[in-house]
Design a protein around this ligand. Structure first.
Ligand SMILES: Cc1ncc(C[n+]2csc(CCOP(=O)(O)OP(=O)(O)O)c2C)c(N)n1
Length: 577
């Protein structure tokens, strides 16, 4: 049957389970958009900025596991996709980007809006194709869609407008998506692991996003081995809740006994993690086994004694049949006790929160966590929001915590929560945003949320600063610079744009204001919370160079006449108040 190339693409996307395409139309993309309209099986989500559309798509794709499309057109519109596609690559989200391209008759002539898609997308995309004749179409689309789904990342189809509108003969636009295979190490390798486990007196587990479908198995293994379970940020949502062996996170935003547990164990089991901060992982004193379905992750962050390729669920299912129960639980108890005492520390500014002005972000986040529903979807901007999410937002079997955790782009949370709301209409979707991040990308597309009346709750930590960078600069021993700015009253801005705006300045109003925001179902809400810009967030393990850097920065700030800022930082972080 004859259809045009764009029709084939739309049909194949719809047949692969794509429900939405986020983006902005124009020139080369017009035939594709026309086809999308006629197809009717995929919703077009017009956003005000292509990057916002991709961050929305990333959340939808990651949470649902379904592929999602995004589009941008020829040159500049395509460039706007890039940061989001890097995020999709790092967070493992199946995204198919349709990039409008210049007409084939003028390719490689440096014409208006021309961009070489192969060079440009090389770092982000798992597969990039430029369709220069209709006969390529079915095969290219099949590869782009399957690669995105099976390798869990972004692919790019660069589509010149003249090719998109050409007729093409295809037998079928059906697409067969193979089910994910079960993958586990060979018996001999598993037996080696069993021997190492049996030989070790103390064992710790450290898990990441690879434990997504293996939570119950990890918890059971930990129980059997009397092993404390620490996690990377991407593992927290799977491994922390309802897990008596949970000992928190390690790393720059770490808390609890995780650092101690993984450094003091005889054997460390690293499960489904590509945690990038090697300095927070133990050296050769600890024997290490790493299990991951991606072989490239093995030994990449720290040398390991045994590397096994397999998905965590299938591998642990077999392992559980073979390992013996350990009886000695002192090691576990010690690290649980450490974790509990760190929790008491974390609780300080939560408990005192109602009486401290400016509002402590710890208190704000914890209150939000208490008030939100059991199946709420939380998103945090890269910045201090991610720290408060990690430390004060509790997970749960049906809660999700997501952000740009591996790519670390600013301004992800508002679009993430918008995409999540489209995928799960009516479920609470809550974004914890920085004021820098909100001004960077979210404001324009608040209009999109208003138009669609999507009930997304956006809580802005209004601290008039790039606070995270301020802390970073102090840790590096330099005087904070280029980090202060003036934010508006975002609640008023939101009201002017047609959203509900709530401003919180008084700590006593936090609970009521957040409850009001969560109860509002008639469209987006922007909660502008004026928070303490001097709230510091030290990890549970502070490396020596951080202490040194901090001391140096303080000394330099005093010498530069910034004593007021030093005093505020001190008084607001050593629990004088
Ligand atoms: C697109 C992008 N630009 C710059 C950075 C570097 N960066 C990381 S966090 C941050 C500050 C974020 O500030 P804000 O959104 O106000 O949140 P806060 O830390 O103040 O809570 C910056 C500039 C980044 N990660 N991504």
């Amino acid at each position: 049957m004859s259809r045009n190339v764009a029709d084939v693409l739309c049909e194949m996307l719809a047949n692969a389970g794509v429900k939405r395409c986020y983006g902005i139309v124009g020139d080369a993309l017009n035939p594709f958009i026309d086809s999308l309209r006629r197809n009717g099986g995929i919703e077009f989500v017009h956003v005000r900025h292509e990057e916002y559309g991709v961050f929305a798509a990333v959340a939808e794709a990651y949470l649902t596991g379904n592929p999602v499309a995004v589009c941008g057109t020829a040159g500049p519109g395509v460039v706007h996709l890039f940061n989001g596609l890097m995020d999709a690559r790092k967070e493992g989200a199946p995204i198919i980007a349709i990039a409008g391209d210049v007409e084939t008759s003028i390719l490689d002539t440096f014409t208006l809006e021309e961009l070489n898609p192969y060079k440009f997308f090389d770092t982000a995309s798992l597969y990039t194709a430029r369709v220069v004749n209709p006969e390529q179409a079915r095969s290219v689309f099949n590869t782009a869609i399957l690669t995105a789904i099976l390798e869990k990342g972004p692919t790019v189809i660069s589509l010149p407008g003249n090719i998109a509108s050409m007729d093409v003969e295809v037998d079928s636009t059906e697409i067969t998506i193979p089910a994910t295979p079960l993958m586990r190490p060979a018996d001999d390798d598993l037996n080696r692991l069993v021997e190492m486990i049996d030989d070790a007196k103390t064992i710790a587990i450290f898990g990441g996003d690879g434990c997504r479908y293996a939570r119950d198995e990890v918890v059971e293994l930990a129980k059997r081995l009397k092993a404390p379970v620490g996690y990377a940020l991407r593992g927290k949502q799977w491994l922390e809740h309802d897990n008596p062996n949970a000992v928190g996170m390690t790393g720059l935003i770490g808390y609890g006994g995780a650092y101690g547990a993984i450094h003091e164990a005889e054997l460390l089991l690293m499960l489904g993690t590509d945690f990038p901060f090697s300095e927070f992982l133990p050296g050769e004193k600890v024997k290490k086994v790493q299990i991951d379905k991606n072989p490239k992750h093995i030994g990449r962050r720290t040398p390991v004694d045994l590397g096994l390729v397999g998905d965590i669920k299938s591998t642990l299912n077999v392992l559980l049949e073979r390992v013996q129960e350990k009886t000695e639980s002192l090691f576990l108890e010690r690290h649980i006790a450490d974790t509990n005492s760190f929790h008491d520390l974390l609780q300080h500014y939560v408990d005192k929160g109602p009486d401290i002005k400016p509002i402590r972000p710890e208190f704000l986040a914890k209150t939000l966590s208490h008030l939100a529903s059991d199946d709420a979807l939380f998103f945090a901007d890269t910045g201090t929001a991610v720290i408060w999410l990690a430390r004060h937002i509790s997970g749960g079997r049906d809660r999700r915590l997501f952000g740009s955790f591996s790519w670390a782009s600013m301004a992800n949370a508002a679009p993430n929560s918008f995409g999540a709301q489209l995928a799960y209409p009516g479920r609470q979707t809550i974004a914890l945003c920085g004021d820098g991040g909100y001004a960077m990308l979210a404001l324009g597309d608040l209009l999109t949320q208003v138009e669609r009346r999507t009930p997304v709750v956006q809580v802005i930590l209004n601290n008039n600063a790039f606070d995270f960078v301020k802390i970073e600069q102090q840790e590096a021993g330099i005087v904070p610079f280029g980090v202060d700015f003036k934010s508006p009253n975002f609640a008023k801005v939101a009201e002017a744009m047609g959203a509900k705006g709530i401003r919180i300045e008084e700590p006593g109003d936090v609970r009521e204001a957040l409850a009001e925001a969560l109860a509002y179902k008639d469209g987006p809400v922007v909660v502008d919370a004026v928070v303490d810009p001097f709230a510091l967030a030290m990890p549970s393990h502070v490396p020596f160079h951080t202490v040194k850097g901090f001391t140096l920065s303080v000394a330099k700030q005093v010498l530069n006449g910034r004593m007021d800022s030093v005093i505020r930082t001190m008084e607001r972080n050593i629990r004088l108040v």
